[in-house]
Design a protein around this ligand. Structure first.
Ligand SMILES: C[S@@+](CC[C@H](N)C(=O)[O-])C[C@H]1O[C@@H](n2cnc3c(N)ncnc32)[C@H](O)[C@@H]1O
Length: 284
């Protein structure tokens, strides 16, 4: 079941076959409770829930943005996307081995991994950092995209997870590219700065402790060169960041981090709704 949060604006709903349009009304509504059977319900908190896995898509249609149509991913559409991904065989094996493990939902999705690999290739990256390896899916995707001379510093606090990751680096013949660092991500970044590695990295992927994102980001800004890229995962936090009724510590911290990124002129940014949402930051 998908959840589509639309902030504080009051919206009306028009349904045309499998498409739901969300439109801001010309006049304010006194009560906002609109139900479209099988498709969407707008409650007083303006959260829209898609109720059917057969929905083709939901379209946000707001005059303020020139009535742009925005596709939301349904299970069927996501299946289609997954069917159009070139996932290397070794990544598929790792994903399948991890599927039965505790925390497997933490792994980046295959479409995210493909985008990370492409960013590494577009940048021509040689030196990368990953925070939060888990069993190695995203780090392996990055390592596979690196040239033979490339380096990925892979930081993870859980030794057991790292054993799985290292097994797959070896199977994929990329162990020579991956420097595994077992420890706390922030400590590892600080030691890299202390050993004179500032401004020497091309690309970083942040997927560790979410409440530490601001600290990771500040440290990574020192380690990445001008023109280098920092990608932060989980910036949409299952949609909770846009729901004013959700204010737990983790959601608040991700929301706050997103706001600070928005205002940070040291980087160019692009928030991309892939997986659980990523923000791509390019150091100016
Ligand atoms: C979301 S998972 C990473 C998933 C991984 N990127 C993948 O695609 O498979 C987060 C990982 O970060 C690790 N982690 C959490 N806090 C950390 C910290 N402070 N330092 C290092 N690793 C941390 C966790 O042990 C967990 O394995």
């Amino acid at each position: 079941m998908g959840s589509y949060s639309v902030g504080l604006q009051r919206l009306s709903v028009l349904s045309i076959q499998n498409v739901v349009f969300l439109r801001r009304p010309k006049r304010p509504l006194s009560a906002v409770v609109t139900s479209v059977p099988g498709y969407a319900t707008i409650k007083s908190n303006q959260t829209i829930r898609s109720c059917s896995s057969t929905n083709a898509f939901v379209v946000a249609d707001d005059e303020k943005y020139g009535n742009k149509q925005v596709v939301s991913i349904t299970p069927r559409l996501y299946d289609y996307i997954l069917a159009n991904i070139r996932e290397p065989e070794i990544l598929r094996q790792l994903r399948e081995e991890t599927a039965s493990m505790r925390g497997s939902q933490m792994q980046v999705s295959p479409d995210q991994a493909q985008l990370l690999a492409m960013l590494v290739q577009i940048l021509g990256a040689e030196r990368c950092i990953e925070l939060g390896v888990y069993t190695g899916y995203s780090s392996l995707a990055i390592a596979l995209a690196l040239p033979e001379s490339g380096l990925l510093v892979a930081c993870e606090r859980d030794a057991k997870c790292l054993e799985v990751a290292k097994k797959y680096y070896a199977r994929a013949n990329v162990s020579h590219k991956v420097h595994v660092k077992h420890g706390l991500a922030a400590d590892i970044l600080k030691s890299l700065i202390l050993t004179g590695e500032a401004c020497s990295y091309d690309f970083a992927f942040v997927d560790a402790e979410k409440r530490m994102n601001q600290e990771y980001y500040e440290l990574l800004l020192q380690l990445v060169r001008v023109g280098g890229v920092i990608v932060i995962d989980n910036v949409l936090w299952h949609g909770k960041v846009a729901d004013p009724l959700v204010n737990d510590a983790k959601t608040a911290s991700i929301r706050n981090f997103n706001q600070r990124l928005m205002e940070d002129q040291r980087v160019s940014i692009s928030m991309v709704p892939i997986g659980d949402g990523i923000t791509i930051c390019r150091k100016r």
